[in-house]
Design a protein around this ligand. Sequence first.
Ligand code: TPP
Length: 513
Amino acid sequence: MNGADALIRTAIASGVGVCFANPGTTEMPLVAALDRATGLRPVLALFEGVCTGAADGYARLSERPAMTLLHLGPGFANGIANLHNARRARSPIVNVIGDHATWHLAADAPLTSDIVSLANPVSGWVRSVRRVEEVAADTAAAIEASLAPPGQVATLIVPADCQWSDAEGAAAPARRTAPAAVPADRIERVARALRDGDAALLLGGVALRSTALRAAARVRAASNARLIHDVFVARLERGADLPAIERLPYFPEQAIAALAKLRTLVLVGARDPVSFFGYPNVPSHLAPEACERIVLAAPDEDAVGALEALADALGAPREVPALSNLERPRVASGALDVATLGQNVAALQPEGAIVVDEAATSGAVWFALAGGAPRHTVLGLTGGAIGQGLPTAVGAAIACPQRKVIALQADGSGMYTAQALWTMARESLDVLVVVCANRAYRILQLEVARAGIAEPGPAARGLTELSNPALDWCALARGMGVPSVRATDADSFAQEFARAFADPGPALIEALL
Ligand SMILES: Cc1ncc(C[n+]2csc(CCOP(=O)(O)OP(=O)(O)O)c2C)c(N)n1
């Protein structure tokens, strides 16, 4: 057994099941070791941002550590934007990066770079293996670090000679630590604050899963506190039988108005909400200055247990009705625009769908209406680094092969990591991609208007339009092995969308808006 075998076997013993990879020469011993082991599925992506985004999607749904295999500093650097999103999502990811042999680094060969400095900003844990004897233990330590509540990105740099040299064997499997319990006096304090009125709970992390949402609905029934989640969520369970909760608006003026009356904001696995950007004369923090912030559960604490204890402390009934008076919309016909597109997705999405929402300005109507759809899971753009949607859909489909994945994908963002389509085809993933083809960076056009520019000049227009030439998503998809069709009105969209569910496997609908 060599160091690479020790790494792979330790990973398998620790519950790692998939490796999203784009290897090179410095990872060859690891590639060979994958063939000598069973239980670790290698998935090739044609750009590292697809590997890291897929690892994020996989981790959000499987609750197992996701592994990437990336090539030296430049390969890793290509994956950074989606690791930034994964860091915000608190996804347990282990990046394994091959490096030059320890003795070759001094030669400063062309691909040599400072990998640690690249890794630090997006990793909660970074280590370079020094000797082959340490590979197995370092691998277990990396996996354990990735799983430390609430989950984080861990990066392990493995020089090629530490992979190819003889090793003793695998390490003991990584251990999983449970989140810390919330002390009783904090529960009491929050219960008292909620009795004073004008309060809201801001839910994040595991507090957006079904058990926590039901406990939060008990808290609402007993206290009248509002239940809110941030605009972009790592994973939200949603739909007919779950309590509906409010989503914070994206633009700060609207979010500030939504929170204006609050006297108490209870944070449950969430941070104090802030504006996505700073604008002149708009505060960073969205809740009023005078509003008291109380942490019920920090992200690394047991939010579910804390919500249940809080509901009990308030004397809430054990079960409350879902309280969602949202109804599923009917299928719309006529022109295809963001309203009819959103309505038809909400009207037709199948039970148990996983919806990856990188629809940007085309997604709001769908989100508002889908609360009345059957149970589904929403994965959002946690770190605002676009190009996350298609890769995350890959990872979600690999984590949950029995569920349909719908990637609601804005066209501009989709082009950052369009290579994900090829992996969908190669792995026969059950993903329906809906490209919201408005042929613009619409959000940036809105920002131009918000900046007070009534008549955008050629630069402002040229840098925010995706015309000339228009992207042909059907051709792009076909070229990567994904069957595709274009919809130009609401009726044909509904027909194609419904048809895609009868037919498992990857497909793409270009919705011309
Ligand atoms: C990695 C990264 N690069 C650039 C941006 C800046 N940016 C934010 S939104 C956007 C364009 C979004 O356009 P599209 O995805 O087509 O959605 P639309 O606004 O048209 O709905 C850009 C370039 C970003 N957020 N992240």
